[in-house]
Design a binder for this molecule. Structure first.
Ligand SMILES: [Zn+2]
Length: 271
């Protein structure tokens, strides 16, 4: 394996035998400094430019990186390349901007050198990911959400073979693999089958933890609908809730959105 650090501009690597090639498993050896020159062992065109596998002089593995100022037609396997460093170091692999063809780049004497000044490895680096997308409901989910928004109706579809009513509705019964036939109304109350208190935050979460995640079988349906339980003290959920208890939907008062968010949550029915 190649443990790579960019102490720009210098390439630092821990060189070890590759177990699958050598048949031995050895601990990582001391860090060494490798030169910025090497041989192109493979390349391909991508929409972001040319990527290549570079065998840096003195190393035993290929390093994948950008090949700059080149087209695939101008490159050949075995040709010499040299590192080009970014003007400004930002602590990412792109501090090494890539490799450029360097026909005359000599293999440096001794190639791999003992590391004189060791720097701290970059332990972690924060990244942010923002995702915008459109979720295509299709005709089945689409109709259910339309009816939710228009009339606060929850619709399912019935399987002609096992007679199960599927909520949310889908085109095929997932037990019989036959096409569903009739749309049917189901109640906005039902039975709590399972629940879990969510404490963890995760990407895309629409509710602030802690909250109660629940699987509910609505009256008239055969399948579980995923929603949340509210109107209770979440810290007491384990004592308050039990599978088999009856719950009902609490609808949002404001403008409907045509999503399951139009139901604020389900709450236990006091009986
Ligand atoms: Zn079925």
């Amino acid at each position: 394996m190649l443990d790579l650090r960019l102490d720009g501009p210098a390439l630092t690597a821990a060189l070890v035998d590759i177990p699958s090639l050598s048949g031995t498993e050895k601990e990582l050896a001391d860090l060494v400094e490798v030169p910025g020159t090497g041989t192109l062992n493979g390349f391909t065109a991508t929409c972001g430019g040319v990527l290549g596998l570079v065998r840096l002089d003195g190393t035993g593995t290929d390093f994948l990186h950008r090949i700059l100022d080149a087209t695939v037609d101008s490159l050949s396997i075995g040709q010499r390349v040299a590192a080009r460093w970014a003007d400004e170091a930002k602590g990412s692999v792109l501090d090494l901007a890539g490799f450029e063809p360097a026909e005359s780049a000599p293999a440096e004497d001794g190639a791999v050198k003992a590391l004189v000044t060791e720097t701290e490895p970059l332990a972690e680096r924060p990244y942010e990911l923002e995702l915008h997308y459109r979720h295509a409901y299709g005709p089945y989910y689409g109709r259910m959400f339309d009816e939710l928004a228009a009339d606060r109706r929850i619709l399912g579809v019935k399987c002609p073979q096992c007679r199960s009513v599927l909520v949310p509705p889908r085109e095929l019964c997932d037990v019989c693999y036959v096409r569903t036939e009739h749309w049917v109304d189901v109640a906005d109350s039902g039975v709590l089958k399972a629940f879990s208190v969510i404490h963890l935050k995760f990407v895309g979460q629409t509710r602030e933890p802690p909250y109660v995640y629940a699987e509910i079988v609505l009256d008239g349906a055969a399948t579980r609908l995923i929603h949340t339980i509210g109107g209770i003290d979440v810290t007491q959920a384990a004592e308050t809730l039990r599978p088999g208890m009856r719950v009902r939907a609490v609808w949002k008062d404001d403008k409907p959105t045509g999503t399951l968010e139009d139901i604020l949550h389900f709450e236990p029915i006091s009986e």
